[in-house]
Write a protein that binds this ligand. Structure first.
Ligand code: ADP
Ligand code: MG
Length: 397
């Protein structure tokens, strides 16, 4: 064993001539019938090529879109077989469900095939036993390499792991290792940056983090809710005034847990929300009734950079301001660059995730400088909430 809490390809043994069902995330965005972004396809390469090179018959399981249990030619994985073959640099067979059992018999060691969309089965998302059996009969071994689908207990992500010997693929392993370093067993002090639009979408994240991290840095629209809860007039800012009690409870829990909460003390405000409007940088107590807080200010950003310099680990979800609209990306870009530089120096382990967060880090040009950037979306957030992910739990060693 590798000393991990889950089994990996290092534990899988001899795969020569064995049929290995590999759950991947092939759910790529399409535009005009073409793959618009092949990041997810590229993430599958290490696992698929390693198994094929060891002589396994690689049978890839994946979903594509939301066909809701109906066959839908627009959501057929046949559409991505050719681009996927180009990414892998290997021929890729496509296998439809009708003749899957016969088709897999014709494959040779080292062959790679993509099976049709798992969500064409109505029972896939219900983790239905019949669907589990129908998938499991095709393979000898199961590998889950799709962290992004691991927060759902579906037939192809969870049920099947109980029917066949089950292992984590290389992408899944890398993601779990990175997340473990960030929150599972991190080096302290740990800082968390939580930003984004609303407190209400990240309540469970905040509640979980106050017990885990030493510094909780709150930015974005959700900081306004906390400022308002503390009696500060945030003018026309996006804020959830009805969550005053909830915000106070989170601050109390942080206090009890010895977690320092950092709220901005200067902010960038504007009267209109559009690119490059007139702005003011003011103390949080000086926001006018007709102004909106759209970014945290330079003094707060500098103070947060100093906090990161004292930390060993950073986990980041959510931008600090309305980063899509210039100049309200300033604080997010500046703090992201600080985190990247500290990571580069070797003093910080930095892990980030979330759709807008990844976009913001790309905008700052530093996504590649973080220790790990998760593109998993929902699964990343559920992990930040401290929830067990059923697809991962099913791989328990
Ligand atoms: P992620 O996708 O990384 O989890 P969220 O979806 O929670 O992040 O939040 C991102 C959104 O929050 C962005 O659209 C951004 O414009 C918005 N946002 C951040 N700060 C503010 C603010 N001060 N006022 C309004 N919107 C904000
Ligand atoms: Mg988002």
């Amino acid at each position: 064993m590798t000393g991990k809490t889950f089994k990996t390809l290092d534990d899988i043994g001899d795969v020569l001539g064995k049929r290995v069902l590999v759950r991947e995330d092939l759910n790529v965005p399409m535009a005009d019938g073409e793959v618009a972004d092949d990041t997810r396809l590229r993430a599958t390469v290490p696992t698929v090529i390693e198994l094929a090179d060891k002589g396994a018959i690689v049978l890839i399981l994946a979903h594509f879109g939301r066909p809701k249990g109906q066959r839908n030619p627009d959501m057929s994985l046949a559409l991505i077989t050719r681009p996927y073959s180009q990414v892998l640099g290997r021929p890729v067979r496509f296998i439809d469900w009708d003749d899957a059992e016969d088709a897999v018999e014709t494959l040779q060691p080292g062959d790679i095939a993509v099976l049709e969309n798992t969500r064409f089965f109505a029972g896939e998302e219900k983790n239905d036993g019949q669907v589990v059996d129908r998938l499991a009969v095709l393979g000898d071994l199961y590998v889950n390499d799709a962290f992004s689908a691991a927060h759902r207990a579906h037939a192809s992500t969870e049920g099947i792991a109980h029917k066949l010997p089950a292992f984590a693929g290389r992408a899944m392993e890398a993601e779990l290792d990175a997340l473990d370093k960030a929150l599972g067993n991190p080096e302290h002090p740990v800082a968390a940056v939580v930003g984004g639009a609303k407190v209400s979408t990240k309540l469970d994240v905040l509640r979980h983090l106050v017990d885990k991290v030493d510094h909780l840095i709150i930015g974005g629209g959700m900081a306004n809710t906390f400022l308002a809860a503390r009696g500060i007039d945030v003018g026309k800012s996006l804020a959830e005034h009805d969550l005053k009690g909830t915000a106070e409870a989170i601050l109390d829990a942080a206090d009890a847990a010895g977690c320092t909460v950092h709220l901005p003390y200067d902010v960038v405000v504007a009267k209109e929300f559009r690119p490059n409007p007139p702005t003011r940088t003011v103390n949080v107590h000086e926001v006018a009734a007709d102004e909106m807080i759209l970014d945290i200010g330079p003094a707060a950003t500098e103070a947060l950079a100093d906090v990161l310099k004292t930390c060993r680990t950073l986990v980041w979800n959510g931008p600090l301001g309305a980063f899509e609209t210039p100049p309200f990306d300033t604080a997010t870009v500046a703090l992201a660059r600080t985190a990247a530089a500290l990571t580069h120096e070797g003093s910080l382990i930095s892990v980030a995730g979330g759709g807008d967060t990844v976009a913001a880090l790309n905008q700052a040009g530093v996504a590649g400088d973080f220790t790990f950037v998760s593109t998993a979306g929902g699964a990343f957030l559920e992990w930040m909430e401290g929830k067990p992910l059923p697809g991962v739990a099913a791989l328990a060693a």
